[in-house]
Design a protein around this ligand. Structure first.
Ligand code: DGL
Length: 261
C-alpha cells in the first residue's frame, strides 16, 4: 500500500514525519509542487490549477490514499479532488476548533498563523464562524515563513527576529494558544517556543491528521500494509537538488524528534 502526501513544497514533510512515526508499515509517495511553490501568495484560480495538475501526476503513479498535507491546497481544492478520485482523501485545516475548546476555560484568545490565501478562503471564514461564538480568534498571515522554510533558513536569530516583529503589535498576555495553520510552520515550533511566554501553547494539525489517516485506512480495510516506511520523493519540475533538499528537511525533523524524546 502506498500513501501519497502532497504539498506545495517541503511543508508536508512535517505531516509525513508524524505519519512515518505512527504508520511505519506503509510506503509513501511524497510530492512537492516545486514549479509553483509558494501557493500562499498566489491567486486561488492559479493555485487550483496547479493542485489539480500535480495531484493528477501522483494518481498516475498509483496511490491508495492521499493526504493533502497543505492547508492552503485543502481550503481550495479538497472537495474537487474527492469528486475526481475514488481513493480516500484526507485534507487539513487549521486546528481552530480544538484551540477554541481548549481556551474556553482560560478566557484567553486564539491566534491563527496561516498563509494569506488560506485566510482569505470561504472555508476558513466558515470554520471560524462555526466554532468561534465568542469572537476570540485572530488571524495572522505569515507568508515569509514559507520562504524561509523553502530556503532551509532555520537560523534562530533571523527567524526569531521575524517572529518578534510579527508579534510586536499583539499583547501576548491575552492569548492562550497559537495555531500553526500551515504545514511549513511546525519546522519553527522550537524557535517560536523560545520567544513566546510560557503560558501560550502551540498547536498544529499534524497528529490529528495522521490519526484520521490511520482510522480511514482501517475503515477502508487497507491498514496493516506490508510496506516498510519507504518514501519516494517527487517534484513537479525536473529538480534533483530539490529531492536532496527534501531529504535534508526530513532528516532535520527526525533529529528534532530524537531530541524531544
Ligand atoms: N504548506 C502549505 C500550507 O499548509 C502552503 C505554503 C505555501 O505554499 O504558501 O498552507
Amino acid at each position: 500500500m502506498r500513501i501519497g502526501f502532497f504539498d506545495s513544497g517541503i511543508g508536508g514533510l512535517t505531516v509525513l514525519a508524524e505519519s512515518l512515526r505512527r504508520l511505519p508499515a506503509v510506503d509513501y509517495l511524497y510530492m512537492a509542487d516545486t514549479l509553483h511553490v509558494p501557493y500562499g501568495t498566489k491567486s486561488r484560480d492559479d493555485v487550483k490549477a496547479y493542485i489539480l495538475e500535480t495531484v493528477g501526476m501522483m494518481m498516475r503513479e498509483g496511490i491508495d490514499a492521499l493526504v493533502v498535507a497543505c492547508n492552503t491546497a485543502t481550503s481550495i481544492a479538497v472537495e474537487e479532488l474527492r469528486n475526481l478520485y475514488s481513493v480516500p482523501i484526507i485534507g487539513m485545516e487549521p486546528a481552530v476548533k480544538p484551540a477554541v475548546e481548549m481556551n474556553l476555560a482560560t478566557g484567553k484568545r486564539v491566534l491563527v498563523f496561516a498563509t494569506p490565501l488560506t485566510l482569505r478562503q470561504p472555508k476558513y471564514y466558515a470554520l471560524v464562524s462555526r466554532v468561534d461564538g465568542g469572537g476570540i480568534v485572530d488571524s495572522l498571515p505569515m507568508p515569509e515563513l514559507v520562504t524561509y522554510c523553502e530556503n532551509l533558513q532555520f537560523d534562530k536569530a533571523i527567524v526569531g527576529e521575524y517572529f518578534r516583529s510579527k508579534l510586536a503589535p499583539y499583547d501576548l498576555d491575552q492569548y492562550g494558544i497559537i495555531v500553526l495553520g500551515c504545514t511549513h510552520y511546525p519546522f519553527y515550533t522550537n524557535i517560536l517556543r523560545e520567544i513566546l511566554p510560557q503560558h501560550i501553547q502551540i498547536v498544529d494539525g499534524n497528529v490529528g491528521t495522521v490519526k484520521r489517516l490511520a482510522a480511514l485506512l482501517h475503515r477502508y480495510g487497507i491498514s496493516g500494509g506490508r510496506g516498510s516506511g519507504n518514501v519516494r520523493f517527487m517534484c513537479s519540475g525536473d529538480n534533483p537538488d530539490y529531492i536532496e533538499k527534501m531529504l535534508t528537511a526530513l532528516a532535520i525533523l527526525r533529529e528534532d524528534d530524537v531530541q524531544s524524546e
